[in-house]
Ligand binder design. Structure first.
Ligand SMILES: Cc1ncc(COP(=O)(O)O)c(C=O)c1O
Length: 368
């Protein structure tokens, strides 16, 4: 029996994906991790109010959710000082990135990003038949000047930037991002700018680029997966010009953010003290990680996220330490791109997580 052929784009895709979860490694290793600090999830859980709201909402899942996500979008719009017509929901930023790529990119088009930046953007670009053009990081930060030059040179239809960045943890404040937008304006390529702000809850508010929904060149994407501790619920949102938000309606999965997820996100927004507590606990954890790295004679990159990149100097050393820690029960991940491969990304865990990690890390660094 012959198999109907896959589309050319799908037939050309690699069979490996960037999404190997800790569960997969546990199944392969035949044991469970003692500490899960590899995927930048929140170790500090979910707001008790959000948990209660999700539990209540679970009783109603016989019904479809509100496909417009009206209540959650209204609250988000009020918080950000925009109209509900400037906000759309998605099943996390990962979902929204796929929709944006589909909205703006034709097969064969170029898009621009840093080499080794958050891989899901590249995954969608491949999946829709685009061409990823990259420039390396510079001094462990996105090279904003080189990125805009790249976008101009390759006539990129999209420029992607995670700010704060994954995997380095670095961050640019409003002046630098404003300058980037000014430079993009001089690029004659109609380039859309995606600002992935997954970790924005962790940065000082007075450094954030103000929201301007009149700007049709920019889509900002945010998530409940980090400071709100709702990675498993899958809720994210985009803020953009109302024409763009209307266009999302042509491609999005209208019932894709579940009833339970919508209720949880809404309740979490009403518990800002919980989120502020997480941000504070994460700051403390980052400080501890920096000291741990320094005591072991290595450095850690400055971070405004919920993780810290430990710098082992070479990819070989970083890989060896990480693999030993994984074998001993610590779920970790590291970038694979040249130069960044010397880093291991460690998510801030609870104080208990950190105590276990610290002990195992010191053992490995001391050759035990
Ligand atoms: C830069 C960046 N964007 C997006 C995501 C994923 O967000 P979500 O869970 O909303 O899909 C992550 C998760 O690690 C991330 O680091």
């Amino acid at each position: 029996m012959s198999r109907p052929p896959y589309s050319d784009i799908v037939a050309g895709l690699p069979s490996v994906t960037p999404f190997v979860g800790p569960e997969t490694i546990e199944r392969q290793q035949g044991n469970t991790f003692r500490v899960r600090i590899g995927a930048n999830e929140s170790a500090f859980g979910v707001s008790p109010r959000a948990a209660a709201a999700m539990s209540d909402a679970a009783a109603g899942v016989a019904w479809y959710c509100d496909p417009e996500g009206y209540e959650l979008r209204s609250e988000l719009a009020a918080i950000h000082g925009v109209s509900i017509e400037n906000v759309t929901l998605g099943a996390g930023i990962d979902d929204l990135l796929g929709l944006i790529v589909r909205m703006y990119m034709n097969p064969g088009d170029a898009v621009a990003a840093s080499l080794g930046s958050y891989p899901t953007f590249a995954y969608h670009v491949d999946g829709f038949g685009g061409r990823l053009e990259t420039v390396p990081y510079r001094n462990d930060r996105n090279d904003l000047m080189a990125l805009t030059d790249l976008a101009a040179r390759t006539k990129a239809c999209i420029l992607y930037l995670a700010n704060p960045d994954n995997p380095t943890g670095s961050y640019y404040g409003s002046n630098a991002i404003g300058d980037l937008l000014d430079r993009l304006d001089r690029v004659p390529s109609d380039c859309l700018f995606i600002l992935d702000e997954a970790y924005l809850d962790f940065v000082p508010p007075d450094t954030m680029l103000p929201i301007d929904v009149d700007d049709p060149r920019l889509i900002r994407v945010r998530t409940f997966s980090k400071a709100h501790g709702m990675a498993g619920a899958r809720v994210g949102y985009a803020i953009a010009h109302r024409d763009i938000i209307r266009t999302f309606d042509k491609v999005r999965l209208h019932f894709g953010v579940s009833l339970v997820a919508q209720a949880g996100a809404q309740a979490s927004l009403r518990d800002p003290d919980f989120v502020a507590g997480v941000v504070k606990a994460v700051e403390e954890g980052r400080r501890e990680y920096r000291e741990l790295a320094e005591d072991a004679g290595i450095s850690a990159l400055p971070s405004l996220t919920n993780f810290v990149a430990f710098d082992f100097g070479t990819g070989e050393r970083a890989g060896a330490v990480m693999n030993t820690l994984i074998e001993r029960g610590v779920f970790l991940r590291k970038p694979v791109a040249p130069d960044l491969d010397r880093l291991v990304r460690v998510t801030v865990g609870t104080p208990d997580d950190r105590a276990v990690f610290s002990e195992l890390f010191k053992d490995v660094m001391n050759g035990k």
